[in-house]
Design a protein around this ligand. Structure first.
Ligand code: COA
Length: 178
């Protein structure tokens, strides 16, 4: 059977949530999250999502969260990336990479964010490294339950866009993580 070429759509975050919620539940079943460090973490909501469809069915998705954050105390506009997922039965076929490449090209064309910033687990570092993301080893502050504090729960990775990135320093997301 021939596989159709992927179609990419950029959609509003809130409007596209119902479309991707079933995939998220499969990947992160709520009953399993209760016993993980992810339980109780407050996350921001994506403003936009890049969705990859094949034959009108979603195969992969990635969320965009633009925000003015503080880098070493100075305001800077960045592109947060989160909620990167490929339908479990279609993982390992290049869809995650394609959705990320499309998103990265979009951010470069829009030319308004200094760099990209994402959080990821150890086992996904290699996936993002292959796409040009590098580790940030400095201090990361985020808001959780109304208070600002350190967030060492996941690796932080950065992608240069308008500006180069550094691996150290202090980043304050001035809000919830994504
Ligand atoms: C992480 C994820 C999005 C990758 O998507 P995918 O469609 O399976 O990945 P792809 O098939 O596009 O892989 C692209 C490349 O990355 C590699 N890769 C994929 N997942 C990897 C991983 N976890 N670790 C290392 N390399 C990985 C592939 O081998 C491939 O390499 P190549 O370009 O040299 O052939 C997918 O596994 C997923 O949805 N996982 C569960 C949710 C999750 O962890 N999301 C990330 C949150 S930070």
């Amino acid at each position: 059977m021939t596989v159709s070429a992927p179609v990419f759509l950029v959609k509003d975050g809130a409007l596209s949530w119902p479309e991707i919620a079933p995939m998220r539940e499969k990947i992160y079943p709520p009953e399993k999250l209760i016993n993980t460090p992810m339980h109780g973490i407050e996350w921001a909501h994506a403003e936009r999502r890049v969705l990859l469809y094949v034959d009108n069915a979603i195969r992969a998705v990635a969320g965009i969260y633009e925000r003015q954050i503080l880098r070493d105390g100075q305001p800077i506009h960045v592109a947060g990336i989160g909620g990167v997922m490929t339908e479990p039965e279609f993982q390992g076929k290049g869809y995650g990479k394609q959705v990320m490449l499309y998103l990265m090209e979009l951010l470069r064309a829009e030319n308004r964010c200094a760099f990209g910033l994402l959080f990821c687990e150890d086992h996904n570092v290699a996936f993002y490294s292959k796409l040009g993301w590098t580790m940030f080893e400095g201090e990361m502050l985020v808001e959780q339950h109304g208070k600002t504090g350190p967030f060492a729960f996941r690796n932080v990775m950065l992608l240069p866009l308008i500006e180069p990135t550094t691996s150290d320093g202090k980043l304050d997301l001035c809000g919830l993580p994504w």
